[in-house]
Design a protein around this ligand. Structure first.
Ligand code: AMP
Length: 144
């Protein structure tokens, strides 16, 4: 069975939905668990435009804080938490290879229109991964 699961999280509220499944799958496989969140770099001009010096640094700091909370909920060691900067798909696949993950777990939104044409992160992971991928269908957003 699976020995090393990599949980890819965007650290949004969707994560709460995924935690229960990640925990259960880890429980019955006895696998090691790593978690990854990727911060996509903004183009250089946006910093000046927004008048913010180090928005990327701030995003990374906030992401690390959220990651630590999530990691404590899932009992994941510091060494197995990854906050990376770069293109999401590339970084997830790179870390999956480096840690020797044999299962990647990610969420998947129902898509239509333009976002269907552009493709999802889940799709990109699925097509590039060298290991199994579990895409968990996320609940539809409720119109408010
Ligand atoms: P999306 O296709 O962008 O709606 O995301 C679907 C799933 O891809 C999310 O539920 C996460 O599992 C994963 N994902 C999206 N963005 C990131 C990110 N920045 N870092 C890590 N995983 C992500």
């Amino acid at each position: 069975m699976y020995k090393h699961i990599l949980f890819a999280t965007d650290l949004t509220e969707d994560t709460d939905y995924l935690i229960a499944k990640v925990r259960a799958i880890r429980g019955f496989t006895g696998a090691k668990l790593s978690i990854i969140h990727v911060v996509e770099p903004l183009p250089g001009y946006s910093y000046a435009y927004l008048g913010i010096e180090d928005i990327e640094g701030q995003l990374v700091t906030e992401s690390k804080q959220s990651m630590e909370k999530l990691a404590s909920q899932l009992n994941v060691n510091r060494a197995d938490q990854f906050v990376e900067i770069g293109p999401t798909k590339t970084k997830i696949l790179k870390i999956a290879g480096e840690v020797g993950a044999d299962l990647i777990i990610c969420g998947s939104h129902g898509r239509h229109g333009l976002s269907l044409l552009l493709g999802s992160t889940a799709n990109a992971i699925l097509h590039g991964a060298k290991c199994d991928v579990l895409t968990v269908r996320l609940p539809e957003e409720q119109a408010s």
